[in-house]
Ligand binder design. Structure first.
Ligand SMILES: *Cc1c(COP(=O)(O)O)cnc(C)c1O
Length: 366
């Protein structure tokens, strides 16, 4: 067989999970609770559903390649210019577009570890070298170590704020300090997929650095708080020059028309966003309180998921929970073999998860 590009040898193939319906069939159960991918447990906004229904009969027409109405709405909401925005088929696609635009073979890309794994693969696909800097002992970005990891080959630094899978944040003060110290020829990508969930009063907002003229791309998504993960839509915010450069690698019709319509409708449904934040806040409170009762250590989170140390083999707990209809994320894939990452659900889902967790821990005989 002919050879693939050498850089692909470094990439572990992504093993996709089975569809929920298939797992249900195999286990002979129904109503599986999925708390594994940080989706919005309320379903999409009603306004988004209506917009999708209206858009369905026009799918014979290509989508708007430039996302005119959506960019307009985002520009108004964020007090920026439409030329500072680029849309992606999920922010995951934007991460790939950024590495495609800037990473030459051998260039280094610095990121925390554990963090969002897409930064690593997107770098490797371009024959770049991922440089992973361990989180500090509080599971937070170690910005000093990240600055120290920068060499003359460094092209990009990814900061996942809040961080997936730990739910920890970089504070505004810490980020200010970091941005003042980072060499200006390095692109900083601030991935703010969980921005809306952060309940810190004085939270860091990447757009501030864009407006300051810094070499920054801010990434946000409609997959989490806006409940549109299945439609695939996210956006990047940066200086117009950076946006225009990244646009060179953009597929013309990368964001489908239903995603654009649903995103626009969701922005115009602040009540849904409020309800999502409130549901998450209460779910977080409940889960943390129950973890405390069970004597389990967890990492305080600023997101819609929590990493909890269950004091037993996470794979065993994961499989046991799955058999009983609750899907969570085992921590060993992040380097935490006794942790689970659980997405915060609706009250009844959180309750079932806690009951199941208690059962699994009690019945763990080693
Ligand atoms: C979920 C998530 C995203 C969003 O990905 P989409 O492609 O927009 O669905 C981006 N970054 C992080 C850290 C995430 O957890």
């Amino acid at each position: 067989m002919f050879d693939a590009r050498g850089c692909l040898n470094h990439i572990k193939p992504y093993i996709p999970g089975k569809p929920i319906e298939e797992v249900e069939k195999e286990l002979g159960i129904r109503n599986i609770i999925k708390m594994a991918s940080n989706e919005n447990p309320l379903g999409p906004s009603g306004k988004a559903i209506e917009a999708i229904a209206r858009g369905v009969c026009k799918v014979n027409i290509y989508p708007d390649a430039n996302g005119f109405y959506l960019k307009d709405a985002l520009a108004k909401q964020l007090h920026i210019n439409r030329n500072n925005i680029i849309l992606g088929n999920g922010s995951e696609q934007l991460i790939g577009m950024i590495t495609k635009t800037f990473v030459n073979p051998g260039d280094e890309v610095v990121m925390a570890h554990p963090s969002f794994s897409v930064y690593t693969t997107a770098t490797q696909i371009m024959s770049g070298i991922p440089v992973q800097v361990p989180l500090d002992q509080n599971y937070c970005h170690d910005l000093t170590a990240i600055l120290n990891a920068i060499t003359n080959k460094t092209k990009i630094v990814f900061i996942c704020n809040p961080n997936n899978p730990t739910g920890t944040i970089v504070s505004r003060r810490e980020l200010d300090n970091f941005m003042n110290r980072i060499p200006s020829d390095i692109l900083v990508v601030l991935d703010e997929a969980y921005f809306e969930y952060v309940d810190e009063q004085d939270k860091a907002d990447g757009i501030y650095y864009v407006l300051e003229g810094k070499n920054v791309v801010v990434l946000r998504t409609f997959s989490k708080i806006y409940g549109l993960a299945g439609l695939r839509i996210g956006y990047g915010i940066a200086h117009e020059k950076i946006i225009n450069t990244i646009s060179k690698v953009k597929e013309v019709f990368n964001v489908n028309s239903l995603a654009q319509a649903a995103a626009l409708a969701s922005i115009n449904d602040p009540e849904y966003v409020e309800r999502s934040i409130e549901t998450n806040r209460r779910g977080k409170e409940y889960l943390c309180q129950e973890f405390k009762k069970l004597g389990l250590k967890y990492i305080p989170t600023q997101t819609n998921f929590i990493l909890v140390d269950i004091g037993m083999d996470c794979q065993k707990a994961y499989r046991e929970m799955m058999k009983n209809g609750i899907i969570v994320r085992p921590g060993d894939i992040f380097g935490y073999p006794t942790f689970l990452r659980v997405s915060i659900g609706r009250p009844e889902e959180n309750l079932e998860f806690i009951e199941m967790l208690e059962y699994v821990i009690e019945n763990n005989d080693n």
